[in-house]
Design a protein around this ligand. Structure first.
Ligand SMILES: Nc1nc2c(c(=O)[nH]1)N(C=O)[C@@H](CNc1ccc(C(=O)N[C@@H](CCC(=O)O)C(=O)O)cc1)CN2
Ligand SMILES: Nc1nc2c(ncn2[C@@H]2O[C@H](COP(=O)(O)OP(=O)(O)OP(=O)(O)O)[C@@H](O)[C@H]2O)c(=O)[nH]1
Ligand SMILES: [Mg+2]
Length: 460
C-alpha cells in the first residue's frame, strides 16, 4: 500500500442537500470510525460486513452530532484499494464539517485534491487514463461526453494504447535481433512486414487524432454561430435561447461588435452559442474586426443559425450569406414574424440546399423558440450519438502524446523507406512506445501525477 495515512474529506458538493457523504480511506479508517460512530449492530468496524449499511449516530463525546448511515469497505475491495469507511449524513454544510473535523481530530488528515482517485491509481486499481476519465465523468456536459468518459473508465482507451504498444514491442524485438546479429541482414521480408505494420499503426493513430479534433464538441459543445446582417435580431435570439438578457439589443445596426460566447444545453445537447457582429460593409475599424471574427466563426461552426429580418425585403448581403451556407449544417431563421413579412421565402429556398430548414419566429416576443430548439436537437442528435460509439481522445495530455507518437512513427517509416540501419528505426519506435505508455501512466514522474490530480476536486 502506498501510504499509511488515513485521509478524510467531504465527498459531496457544498450546500443544502438531502444527503451528504464523508469519506475516509487508509489503514486507520475502521479505527477512526469506531471512535466517532455509535451503532447498535456493530461494536468494531473491523467486524463490519463490507458494503453493509449501519444506522447510528456520530458522537462528539456525549453529544450527538448527526444521525446517519456508515459503511465499511475492506481493502483491497474499495475505490482506493484501501480500507474505506463512508458516512452518509444529512446534507448540511454544518453537519458535514462537524463530522469531518471529528474524523480529523481522531487521526485522519484532510485529503488533497483528487487524492482518493490518486490512491486508486497508485494502488494499481486503475491506470492514469482511467483515473483522468473519472474527472471527465464529473464534468461531462452532455450525453456523448458521459458515454465517452465512461468508456475510458471501462478501459477502452487503455486497451487501445495497450494493443498499439504490443504491436510496437513486437517489431522493436524483431529489429533488435538484427542489431545484435548484424550478419543476419534485415531480410526483405522483415522490412516489408515492418513497413506494413507501421503503416497500419500510422493509419489507426491518424484516424483517432483527426476524429478527436473533429470531436472537440463532445467536451465543449457544438459551436453554434448566430450569423446574419446587422439588426436581423441575432442578439435578441441569443437572449431568447438563454432566457436572459445576456447581449445588448438596440435598434441600431452594428450593436454587437465582439463575439459573445455562452454555453447552453438544448434537449441534452451541449452547445456553445456565439453571437457575432452583423455582417455588412463595416462603417469603422472596430466593426470591421468584429465582422471578420463573425466570418471566421462561421467557417469553424458546427451549426450556423442564419438570422434574417423577415420584415424587410431580402438584401444582397442576405443573399451572400445564404450562399455561403453551402456544405454547412445550418438553419435559416426568418425573424420578426410578428411583423408583416417581406423577405421572399421562395428566393431563400432557391439559394440554399434542400436539407437546410427554414423556420419563422419572433425573437423579441419569444415565440417559436421551442420549435427552433426541437430542430436543433433533431439536427445535432445523431452526431452526438455517433460520438458515443467510437473511441475519442478527450484530454489534451493524451492528444499531445498521441500526436508525438504519430510523429515518431512517421520518422520510423521514413527511416524504413530510406533503408537506414535498424538502430534508427528502433530508437524512434521505442520512443513512440514510451510516449503512448505515458497516456496510461507508465513511467510517469511524481510531478506529472501531482499536477494531474491537482485538477480534481477535493473528495474525489
Ligand atoms: N458511496 C460512494 N459512491 C460512489 C463512489 C464511492 O467511492 N462511494 N465512487 C467513487 O468514485 C464511485 C463508484 N466507484 C467505486 C469503485 C469501486 C468500488 C469497490 O468497492 N470496488 C470493489 C468491489 C467490487 C465488486 O464488489 O464488484 C473492488 O473493486 O474490489 C466502489 C466504488 C461512484 N459512487
Ligand atoms: N418586431 C420585432 N423586432 C425585433 C425582433 N427581434 C429583434 N427585434 C428588434 O430588432 C432590433 C435589432 O435586434 P438585435 O438583436 O440587436 O439585432 P442584431 O442582429 O444582434 O444586430 P447587430 O448586433 O447590430 O448585428 C432591435 O430593436 C430588436 O428589438 C422580433 O422578433 N420582432
Ligand atoms: Mg447583436
Amino acid at each position: 500500500m502506498y501510504e499509511q495515512t488515513t485521509i478524510a474529506a467531504i465527498a459531496t458538493p457544498p450546500g443544502e442537500g438531502g444527503i451528504g457523504i464523508i469519506r475516509l480511506s487508509g489503514i486507520d479508517a475502521a479505527e477512526i470510525a469506531n471512535r466517532m460512530f455509535e451503532t447498535k449492530k456493530l461494536h468494531n468496524f473491523h467486524d463490519a460486513v463490507p458494503y453493509m449499511m449501519y444506522y447510528g449516530k456520530v458522537m462528539d463525546n456525549d453529544r450527538i452530532v448527526d444521525r446517519g448511515l456508515a459503511v465499511y469497505m475492506k481493502a483491497p475491495h474499495s475505490y482506493t484499494g484501501e480500507d474505506v469507511v463512508e458516512f452518509q449524513m444529512h446534507g448540511s454544510v454544518e453537519a458535514l464539517r462537524s463530522v469531518l473535523s471529528l474524523a480529523l481530530r481522531h487521526g485522519a488528515v484532510p485529503a488533497d485534491k483528487g487524492e482518493f482517485t490518486k490512491r486508486a491509481f497508485l494502488n494499481g486499481r486503475i491506470d492514469l487514463a482511467q483515473a483522468e476519465s473519472v474527472m471527465d465523468i464529473i464534468t461531462a456536459r452532455g450525453q456523448a461526453a458521459l458515454v465517452q468518459a465512461e468508456s475510458h473508465l471501462s478501459g477502452a482507451l487503455s486497451q487501445y494504447v495497450h494493443e498499439t504498444r504490443e504491436k510496437l514491442k513486437e517489431f522493436i524485438t524483431k529489429l533488435e535481433v538484427t542489431i545484435d546479429y548484424p550478419e543476419e541482414d534485415l531480410e526483405d521480408l522483415t522490412v516489408d512486414e515492418i513497413s506494413k505494420a507501421l503503416e497500419e499503426i500510422n493509419q489507426s493513430l491518424t484516424q483517432l487524432i483527426t476524429r478527436s479534433h473533429r470531436g472537440r464538441f463532445i467536451q465543449d459543445g457544438f459551436k453554434t454561430v448566430l450569423a446574419g446582417r446587422p439588426n436581423a435580431g441575432k442578439s435578441s435570439l441569443l437572449n431568447a435561447l438563454l432566457q436572459e438578457d445576456r447581449a445588448i439589443v438596440t435598434d441600431m445596426p452594428g450593436t454587437t461588435r465582439d463575439t459573445i460566447e455562452e454555453s447552453i444545453r438544448i434537449g441534452g445537447i451541449p452547445l456553445i452559442l456565439m453571437d457575432t457582429a452583423g455582417i455588412r460593409d463595416a462603417e469603422n475599424q472596430v466593426e470591421a474586426i468584429g465582422i471578420e471574427r463573425a466570418r471566421k466563426s462561421m467557417e469553424e461552426a458546427d451549426l450556423i443559425l442564419m438570422v434574417i429580418d423577415g420584415s424587410v425585403p431580402l438584401t444582397d448581403e442576405d443573399r451572400r450569406i445564404l450562399s455561403s451556407l453551402e456544405g454547412k449544417k445550418a438553419i435559416v431563421i426568418l425573424n420578426k414574424y410578428d411583423l408583416e413579412q417581406k423577405a421572399g421565402e421562395a428566393e431563400i429556398r432557391s439559394l440554399i440546399s434542400e436539407e437546410t430548414p427554414i423556420i419563422h419566429l419572433s425573437a423579441q416576443y419569444v415565440s417559436g423558440i421551442d420549435r427552433l430548439e426541437e430542430l436543433i436537437q433533431k439536427l445535432m442528435h445523431t452526431e452526438d450519438l455517433d460520438a458515443g460509439r467510437q473511441l475519442f481522445l478527450t484530454n489534451l495530455r493524451h492528444m499531445d502524446l498521441a500526436e508525438k507518437s504519430l510523429e515518431l512513427i512517421h520518422q520510423a517509416q521514413k527511416s524504413c523507406a530510406d533503408k537506414l540501419p535498424a538502430d534508427f528505426i528502433v530508437v524512434d519506435l521505442t520512443e513512440a512506445f514510451h510516449k503512448l505508455g505515458e497516456i496510461t501512466g507508465e513511467n510517469v514522474d511524481d510531478e506529472l501525477i501531482n499536477s494531474i490530480f491537482q485538477n480534481f476536486c477535493v473528495g474525489k
